[in-house]
Design a protein around this ligand. Structure first.
Ligand code: G6P
Length: 472
């Protein structure tokens, strides 16, 4: 039976150690939530970091055994590796560059070397379990060198790579001192997937200008192999979100939450704490909305869920303080004994609570400065089983290419965002339903299974094409 081995930095479960006891929780972020429902099929496996530093061997053994029973294989990172590979090169070099936050980028040779070493560590772990005939599917910017490392060990295997974050334009990418090695690392794959055509186009342009390989309609001839590059906009498990939205537990939670919020209109935002998500800009626009439309005072609340993320990285710590301060200022200025303009939670919630929030929200407010796809936008749509609700979506999120029935905004344009909030909060029901229906059809059709099947079909196609080319 053919197997797929998924490899990503973060496993879909994160290990916690509390009072000497090992616990497991679902990981945050688009990659883990998106693929979580797929990897358990058949004999598939998932290799990745369990999100914690475990010093004791006995803990590592226990975690490895527990995860193995669930089709997962942990790659343990040392403290230095976490600092220099994960927090450092991945999240202080690649993340800011790929999201166009160049002023935040750290250029550090030591971090780069650790990045290369950890990619090699992942390669060694894959080699321990890979068998001939397996398909290897590598995910995201933390593992850009892994495709080529695996190619050297497994020259004929099927290797796919998918990038969940944007790929920047050549003018930005070329700022990285390690640009050529990074591209050569990626080119070890047979198929490279991105969320949007623009990301794919930017990648192709960097390959042509930095490595010197041109492409023909997304096919790159490296001299040894043909590599295919294409856009695969990621979907969600639509049915799961729609079902949970109707479940007894979700309805119970909705009732409880509604009691607390009374009959105020709800604007909902859910993000990991990240500067790419535009949280301060969103708060400032909301403040400006309250100023411009005082008739909404006491009638609306911004329910803002911020999920803690990468809290050892300096820029994330600073952002946390900025957000805390802004929320305090707005609530302090506009609120009163009966009304809190912002209900802010800095923590994660179980799916049923999120689902209740999605159900209750009159407006879904998704306004990243830059985002690969943004699956929260799609989860909001799938959870709106009564089709009432309006999505305000940033043009800078990959999802905006598909969800043209949302109110699309430029997150740098505060006036536009203020007007969008007004438009969303006053939109007649029929209009809401019309747009929601269009978006639901799309999110349902292009769901996570469609995405996986399309990627896998394309990977088989390119392997067959390579073989045909080798024999002619
Ligand atoms: C984004 C990235 C993922 C990452 C997730 C959570 O969705 O594309 O690769 O896993 O954020 O970030 P973390 O650093 O906690 O893994």
């Amino acid at each position: 039976m053919p197997r797929t081995i998924i490899v990503s930095n973060r496993l879909p479960v994160t290990v916690l150690k509390k009072n000497q006891t090992i616990e497991y929780k679902t990981s945050e972020g688009g990659l883990a939530t998106g693929l979580g429902s797929v990897y358990k099929q058949g004999a598939n496996r998932w290799i990745g970091w369990p999100g914690i530093y475990l010093e004791e061997e006995s803990d590592q053994l226990q975690v490895a055994a527990d995860l193995q029973a669930d089709h997962m294989h942990p790659v343990f990172l040392t403290k230095t590796e976490i600092k220099e590979f994960y927090e450092g090169f991945s999240n202080e070099t690649l993340w800011p560059t790929f999201h166009y936050f160049l002023q935040y980028t750290v250029y550090d040779q030591k971090m780069w070397e650790t990045y290369r070493r950890v990619n090699q560590k992942f390669c060694n772990e894959v080699m321990k379990i890979a068998k001939p005939g397996d398909t290897i599917w590598i995910h995201d910017y933390q593992l850009l060198l892994l495709p080529q490392m695996l190619r050297e060990n497994l020259p004929d295997s099927s290797i796919g790579f998918f990038q969940h974050i944007p790929f920047p334009s050549y003018e930005v990418f070329r700022l990285l001192p390690w640009r050529e090695e990074l591209l050569n690392g990626m080119l070890g794959a047979d198929l490279l997937g991105f969320h949007t055509y623009d990301d794919a186009r930017h990648f192709l342009s960097s390959v042509s200008r930095i490595v010197g390989f041109n492409n023909q309609q997304g096919l790159i001839d490296t001299g040894k192999r043909t590599v295919m590059v294409d856009a695969f906009p990621m979907g969600i498990d639509f049915d799961k979100y729609a079902e949970v939205a109707e479940s007894e537990e979700t309805l119970k939670r909705e009732q409880t939450f509604r009691k607390a919020i009374h009959d105020q209109k709800i604007i909902l935002s859910i993000d990991r704490l990240d500067y790419s998500k535009g949280i301060p800009q969103r708060l400032e626009a909301y403040e400006s909305f309250l100023q411009k439309y005082p008739e909404f005072n006491e009638k609306v609340t911004l329910l803002m869920i911020v999920v803690p993320s990468r809290d050892q990285v300096g820029k994330y710590k600073e952002l946390k303080e900025e957000v805390d301060e802004l929320v305090g200022r707005i609530n302090g200025t506009y609120g009163n004994m009966n009304w809190r303009p912002i209900n802010y939670f800095y923590r994660s919630f179980p799916l049923e609570s999120l689902s209740a929030f999605y159900r209750m929200a009159d407006v879904g407010l998704v306004t990243p400065m830059r985002d690969g796809m943004n699956l929260v936008a799609k989860e909001y749509i799938a959870s709106k089983t009564n089709q009432l609700g309006v999505l305000i979506l940033s043009e800078m999120a990959g999802a905006s290419r598909e969800l043209s029935d949302a109110i699309l905004i430029n997150p740098n344009d505060q006036n536009q965002l203020v007007n969008a909030l007004y438009e969303a909060l006053t939109m007649p029901d029929e209009q809401q339903q019309f747009h929601m229906e269009q978006m639901q059809e799309l999110v349902k059709r292009y769901n996570i299974n469609h995405w996986v099947n399309l990627f896998m079909d394309r990977l088989s196609y390119i392997k067959i094409k390579q073989m045909a080319m080798a024999t002619t």
